[in-house]
Design a protein around this ligand. Sequence first.
Ligand code: NIG
Ligand code: FE
Length: 407
Amino acid sequence: MKKLIGPFTQILPLTDLPLKGSLRDEQLHIIPQGGVLVEDGLILAVDDFEKLRKVNQSADIEEVTGGSVLLPGFIDCHTHICFAGSRAKDYAMRNSGKTYLEIAQTGGGIWDSVTQTRNADEAVLADLLLKRVQRHTAEGVTTIEIKSGYGLSKDAELKQLRAIRAVADKTTASLISTCLAAHMLPKDFAGNHQEYLQYVLNDLLPQIKQDGLSNRVDIFIEQSAFNTSDALNYLAKAKQQGFEVTVHADQFTTGGSEVAVKARAASADHLEASTGYEINLLANSGTVAVTLPGASLGLGMPYAPARKLLDAGACLAIASDWNPGSAPMGDLLMQAAVMAAAEKLSAAEVFAGLTSRAAQALKLNDRGILAKGKLADMQAYPCADYREILYMQGKLKPTHIWTADLF
Ligand code: NIG
Ligand code: FE
């Protein structure tokens, strides 16, 4: 059954924006008094509402009253929301002067979340995850990437990935899982970094493939985690097993984004420490640069050089990094808006970074813009001018959210 939704004061379909490089707001195509025709979860047409109504007289009408601006649903291409417990004490310690790495070295940090996640029952973990997914969806995020990485053993990583799959059946949002078993060397592993990565390659990844739990692999390249040569080898082998790869790169020190480009990773995420050298490498590659302002806000650190990445020609996506340690807030729009003010990003750059360019980071070609044949993942904001959305710095929330599954 065809459904016509509208009229919207403005529709921003975000079509025709180049996938790489800087964007001006003048490049945003706006359809005034627009409507969207949907059937079986896919968009059939985006056009003037009255025009669509005249030629589709049999379509069901879902009337949207009041001023509203329609955007594609946001795509959060980097989260760690499958976890148990809290790290509020880490946050307090950081704010009393301890560094992220010092806290990790004294038993806090990622390992604390690993312990709490390992101790959580699978159903409890799924329930915690479902609540976070529901909160994100209500804020207009219709596709959510979710990493494991708080298990760090075969059984516990599989438990996390099964919890993500269980929640995927309970939400209309799309959940994309990623195996981040290479988040750090687990403290209870009897062996070194290389032996651990070999164990993941031999014992865990084949099981993930067999159970259809994920087709993506991530690694944290950092002094406290894995080095560049081990990572390059690991990513090459994961690719041989058929996984798409992505990297936590240049968060505190550089090296990671160069590995990401060499490994032809889908994305290099973080980039707070990236210099001109890494910016150029990324800009001249097919690897999406993902900035994570939530981690900068959570750690009280500078943002990744988003403006420079765009000006150099990179494809820049913006994600929340929502996790219990460095980015506990999880409000993607607020983070993107606040970073945009500091980094001087146009609305076109922010919206593309939250939609079409984030879709590219996940290699999803079926979403991220409002166009014929794309998924009907959409959100409407209670305002008459799209500029209100970033101006309110995340406090203006969508009043309507549609996902393809609803139709
Ligand atoms: O992306 N950088 C490594 N991993 C996460 C933090 C995870 C944690 O602190 O629990 C991140 O910031
Ligand atoms: Fe992360």
